[in-house]
Design a protein around this ligand. Structure first.
Ligand SMILES: [Zn+2]
Length: 419
């Protein structure tokens, strides 16, 4: 099983120079071949494959104008080409936008596909040497690749991709749960919660007995004033001045603060949910669609997608399961007592009384109850181990291949940070 650990690294002055050269070379190769593929496509109607680009790169490196490319590790440049090829593939298969040119002013990254190891408590990188690193967990397996990134606030991180034998050896709390069997009793015994995601309360949890909800934090709102001030200060600086550079850095700092606050909160929340449950049932929200509405800012601030992602891999690592129920399942409209479907329910109604059985429902609590019920039904009707199946005409995805799937789609950063 593949596992990822993101660690912060602290290169010294010389290493920083070497790294920025390496990042620059990888960026150049990406941009050069993106441009070349585009122009070739316009002329001939066909883009370049990885093999063609790699062959061309070997020739390019021999030209006197491009000798400096040899300073960088050859494998990282080839990896940049592989990333470019998969970026095009993702575009043609409608998973991503058209690949863009990279700039040195934003987050930059680089992938070492081989020869990295952990030595003397640091991370050994080819041609760079041992870089001081804060390795928070013991890595038992062989390191397959390292993705190095530099943020716009000059922080360096490394994502270590390594292989472990099975679930039991990979997590911080090894094998907390026994593997889920098919037997009904086993499913009934394990702890299952339904969670409803919302904006007024971020998650409403129903664990079979009681419900509770957790309020969202709104980091974008919290730091809005600071961000506005610093952006205003930036707008007053003359173009190309060193004061402008400093102001850009200060703006980037606020953005970093916002995303760190959000990620920290969501890591803690998903950890709590994962500790309390073996199976979590959630709605599969159409986040891209929601983000096109008036509520976009709040949706991004809430970080639903991030939460489900964190929850998915944390549960999987410990033998649990995240079940995503199809978004067309009417979790809010059904009465959790008698299954009456209340079509009159609108977004603004926070609580309602079921006309059939007279039960008083809180909107979110009712939805959480329905989701749990639906999750149980899916579990009992389908054999464990299948990753995709049909349930009552609604496709339901069991997110147990979370990590592998991300590796294939996004070559650059295999999985988001793990904590
Ligand atoms: Zn009812």
């Amino acid at each position: 099983m593949l596992n990822v650990l993101k660690v912060r690294i602290y290169p010294n002055k010389q290493q920083k120079i070497a790294l920025s050269r390496n990042l620059g070379c990888a960026r150049f190769v990406w941009n050069y071949y993106l441009n070349k593929t585009n122009s070739q496509y316009q002329e001939t109607g066909k883009g370049m494959t990885y093999c063609q680009m790699a062959k061309d790169l070997t020739k390019l490196k021999k030209l006197s104008d491009y000798e400096w490319l040899a300073e960088s590790t050859a494998a990282t440049l080839q990896q940049a080409l592989k990333n470019l090829e998969s970026a095009f593939k993702n575009f043609f298969e409608k998973r991503a936008n058209f690949p863009r040119f990279k700039t040195k002013h934003k987050k930059q990254s680089l992938r070492y596909p081989e020869s990295c190891s952990i030595k003397k408590g640091g991370l050994k990188l080819p041609k760079i040497g041992i870089v001081k690193a804060k390795i928070t967990r013991q890595i038992t397996g062989k390191i397959k690749s390292v993705t190095l990134s530099k943020t716009s606030t000059d922080k360096y991180f490394a994502c270590l991709l390594f292989e472990t034998e099975d679930n039991a050896t990979s997590g911080a709390t090894p094998g907390r749960f026994p593997r889920l069997g098919k037997a009904h009793q086993e499913i009934n015994k394990s702890k299952i919660s339904g969670i409803d995601l919302g904006l007024s309360s971020l998650v409403t949890v129903f664990d079979g007995e009681k419900t509770y909800s957790i309020d969202p934090i709104k980091p974008t709102r919290k730091y809005a004033k600071r961000l506005r001030r610093r952006q205003q200060a930036l707008s007053r600086k003359a173009k190309g001045s060193s004061n402008r550079k400093k102001a850009i850095y200060r703006v980037a700092k606020v953005h970093e603060k916002i995303s760190n606050t959000r990620a920290d909160f969501l890591h803690k929340l998903s950890r709590k949910l994962c500790d309390e449950n073996q199976i979590v049932v959630a709605e599969n929200l159409n986040i891209k669609g929601l983000a096109r509405t008036k509520l976009a800012k709040s949706i991004y601030d809430a970080g639903f997608g991030m939460l489900l992602n964190f929850l998915g891999y944390k549960l999987e690592r410990e033998g649990g399961l995240l079940i995503e129920v199809d978004r067309f399942f009417p979790s809010t409209k059904l009465c959790s007592c008698c299954n009456f479907k209340n079509d009159l329910l609108t977004l603004s109604i926070r609580d309602w009384v079921c006309p059939q059985c007279q039960t008083h429902h809180d909107r979110d609590e009712n939805a959480a109850k329905n989701l749990r019920q639906e999750g149980l039904r899916i579990l009992l009707e389908n054999t464990a181990g299948q990753s995709e199946f049909q349930a009552c005409g609604e496709t339901v995805r069991l997110v147990n291949t979370c990590i592998k799937k991300q590796v294939s789609v996004n070559q650059e950063s295999p999985v988001t940070a793990s904590a």
